[in-house]
Design a protein around this ligand. Sequence first.
Ligand SMILES: Nc1nc2c(ncn2[C@@H]2O[C@H](COP(=O)(O)OP(=O)(O)OP(=O)(O)O)[C@@H](O)[C@H]2O)c(=O)[nH]1
Ligand SMILES: [Mg+2]
Length: 430
Amino acid sequence: MFEVRDKPEMVERALLVRICADRREEEEDASLLEELGELVSTLGIGVAESLLVFTRSLHKKYLCGTGKAAEVVELARAHECDCIVFDNMFLPSQQRNWEELADMCVIDREEVILDIFSKRAQTREARLQVDLARMQYSLPRLTRMWGHLDREGGGGKGGGGASRGMGEQQIEVDRRLARTRIDQCKRELAEVRKQRDTRRKEREKQSTPCAAIAGYTNAGKSTLLNQISGADIMAKDMLFATLDTTTRAIELPDGQPLLLTDTVGFVRNLPHRLVEAFKATLEESVLADFIIHVLDASSPEIEKFYKTTMEVLEELGAGDKPVITVLNKIDALNDPVKLAGLEVSFPNTISVSAKTGEGMDTLMARCSEMLADRVTTRTYRIPQSRGDIPGLLHRDAKVLSTEYEGNDMLLTAIVPAAIAGKIAEFCVDA
Ligand SMILES: Nc1nc2c(ncn2[C@@H]2O[C@H](COP(=O)(O)OP(=O)(O)OP(=O)(O)O)[C@@H](O)[C@H]2O)c(=O)[nH]1
Ligand SMILES: [Mg+2]
């Protein structure tokens, strides 16, 4: 039976490797390798050593040359590792070549991220999205999974004929099963998405403005939403804590309602397959009226994180949305000079601490400004005969004051544009 293997569950100790062809990018390569270390640790795998391997050109078989490849394997053995994790994205054939050479489990960055996503996915939609991405990843790699049938059952050299057939037959069966499951998964996803679309249309009908909280993983997005809305979303010091979007309604200082959505965090070199898979979930950013981009001000990588998030937003088609950029975790910055520097590098940002609540007022005020053209403050003279209008304003606007003049009611309110249009004839200050 075709199953996507949870390989990382079977290994304990890894050698991490990033093969790079350009020494000028050494700094970026080193930081990616460090991040891979965090991703791998997230899966509970120990890291024996991290290694940058430079190669003059990228080779087809192992990406690096044969000599370098042999050195990597030797080092992994010396450390008694049971797997090598590469930060590079491998072709299925390259992964197989490495596994044959090393005779141990070989994982690439995409598989690591897929496995983390798989562990975290909770709602049906997230589960289906991850399953689909994993099956699509595994399909061209089935040969590798059943390779052992050919090797083990062979009965020594020369006796491989029958067993080779066994492996191949198994692969054929698995491929068919995999394709059937991929189709089924796609159908189920389409169904779940239809329901999500219905919910979204409901929201649009109410024309409540919405904002998406986006940013690099671990930036503090969930903490921020919890702080603003009093929600209770899991916020943890780990990568990809959130895989499902959560939406909360809040009221801005000017009385406008705003829907705030927490989204999946981004990471550099996010496998394209996953961006595809999570498009439906990430679409919340595309559909939002504006985006709150959360940056971890305490991270030395802030510039790169900023760039990655902007790139992913672009890829999702949300590149032209208005953005409020937030420098978060300022409580963790003990150097005021550093904060001042960041505020220069990222002009127009709001410095906050989602943990302590500092800066939330400014952030909320900025959110109101973002929606300023959606509301106006108006005074209405409402005759007694139109008792329905005060009701409407109390429900859909923020009533600031009510007075009586003879039989008329004078009512001042912050009104959404849609409502203002409907009752314009009663307005006395337009
Ligand atoms: N010191 C400090 N820590 C913070 C602040 N905001 C968030 N954190 C911590 O940063 C870590 C990540 O926070 P999350 O809110 O889970 O981050 P996220 O952006 O939702 O992460 P993902 O869901 O993984 O993308 C947690 O340990 C939080 O406690 C802050 O303002 N100050
Ligand atoms: Mg989160």
